[in-house]
Design a protein around this ligand. Structure first.
Ligand code: PLP
Length: 407
């Protein structure tokens, strides 16, 4: 039985992988079990922004694993403080609470916002409401899917957690109308990733800040995917020169090696947590903290934020220059693009399979969008090669499949 059959037989069917069995990674390259090399245009949903097997991150991982890995937070450890200090310095906030996965850090933000609402803002007990955006993706816990607008994420998983109100993404008027006395926070992605790399109108994020100030709401941005250089800034909120009250980080924070996440916030928000009120056995372990610290240092030392901005501008310009009825729209910022495929010609899945055959790994999101998000360390030559292959795929689809109905 081959690896695909073995995995299919023994796994839950909660993913539908492309038919390739990966065995090795280095930088922006991945190899399958037959030794065939691919350009990674996916970077594990931004978890591998540093590229695969980064030597500095491997060295940090190995050295710390030999020294001390998981003593629990029943004790202090010598790695956590420096890591949290760096997170607060980079975000301009005061305190950070380390977790493991993105969803856990989002849950932490929700707890913080609710308790802040009761203890600081004075909202009546159990009445707090958090405003979120339609099309959001914040993870897969039962509370988080409770405010998803995606039927696939919810169907059959109720009953759901109350206390959330959803408004159209990028719509300030709708957000303003949804604010009630019990509203404690607005929780948003600055750019919606899983929804298809949806970029909001300019001015929306700064408008959210103003509304939050006017109504005394916490502005919490989920930068699990958009943060740490992906959009050509350390954090996507910087594009509009706002400072949120809380930031959720994950994915690239683990340097492509470990799950490392954090909720970072103003002191007044973080101070709602008291001993025993929240925790995680693995959160803040010295192995994760050492890798997370090094992951941040590598982004700075290798100029990955600037690289994402410059290469990202190039990538978006080249993608937008592809003239074909198959390609409806290209959205994005930095090294993060969503290419909207015209469903009259093909599904995004079909385009990803064609890319795979040409040695480029991507993944569709929502039937129609091909995600192009390489590791930030990708060379300009490999990036151009991947874009060439993408353009070929688009033109192939245009040639092979006449539109089913008149375009
Ligand atoms: C991936 C993602 C999450 C969830 O992270 P996990 O590590 O998969 O739990 C949360 N928010 C955003 C914006 C994400 O892209």
């Amino acid at each position: 039985m081959n690896a695909m059959e073995l995995e299919a037989r023994h796994s839950a069917r909660n993913y539908e992988p492309l038919p390739v069995v990966l065995a090795r990674g280095q930088g922006a390259y991945l190899w399958d079990t037959a030794g065939r090399r691919y350009i990674d245009m996916m970077s594990a949903y931004s978890a591998a922004s540093h590229g695969h097997a980064h030597p500095r991150l491997l060295a940090a991982l190995e050295a710390q694993a030999r020294r001390l890995a998981v003593p629990s937070r029943a004790y202090y450890n010598d790695r956590l403080g420096p890591f949290l200090a760096e997170l607060t310095r980079l975000t301009g906030l005061d305190a950070a609470l380390p977790m493991n996965t993105g969803a856990e850090a989002v849950e932490t933000a929700i707890k913080a916002a609710r308790r802040w609402g009761y203890r600081v803002k004075g909202v009546p007990r159990d009445r707090a409401e958090i405003i979120v955006a339609n099309g959001n993706f914040h993870g897969r816990t039962t509370t988080i899917i409770s405010f998803s607008s995606e039927p696939d994420y919810r169907e059959g998983f109720g009953p759901f957690t109350p206390g959330f109100r959803s408004v159209p993404f990028g719509d300030l008027a709708a957000l303003q109308q949804a604010i009630k006395p019990e509203t404690v926070a607005v929780l948003i992605e600055p750019i919606q990733g899983e929804a298809g790399i949806i970029v909001p109108p300019a001015g929306w994020l700064s408008g959210v800040r103003l509304l939050c100030d006017a109504h005394r709401l916490l502005m919490i941005v989920d930068e699990v995917q958009s943060g740490l250089g992906r959009t050509g800034a350390w954090f996507a909120f910087e594009h509009e020169h706002v400072r949120p009250d809380g930031v959720v980080l994950g994915k690239a924070l683990g340097g492509g090696l470990l799950p490392v996440s954090a909720f970072v916030a103003r002191r007044e928000v973080m101070d709602v947590f008291t001993p025993g009120s929240h925790g995680s056995t693995f959160g803040g372990n010295p192995l994760a903290a050492a890798v997370g610290f090094e992951a941040l240092a590598v982004i700075a030392d290798e100029g990955l934020v600037e690289r994402s901005r410059v290469l990202g501008d190039h990538m978006l310009a080249r993608l937008r220059a592809i003239r074909s009825p198959v390609l409806r729209e290209v959205r994005g910022r930095g090294l993060w693009a969503g290419a909207e495929i015209n469903p009259r010609f093909a599904t995004a899945r079909r385009a990803c399979e064609a890319l795979l055959a040409k040695g480029v790994l991507s993944k569709e999101t929502h039937q129609t969008v091909v995600r192009l998000a390489p590791p930030l360390v990708i060379s300009p030559e490999d990036l151009d090669l991947a874009i060439d292959r993408f353009a070929e795929v688009i033109l192939d689809l245009e040639r092979k499949r006449a539109p089913l109905v008149a375009a």
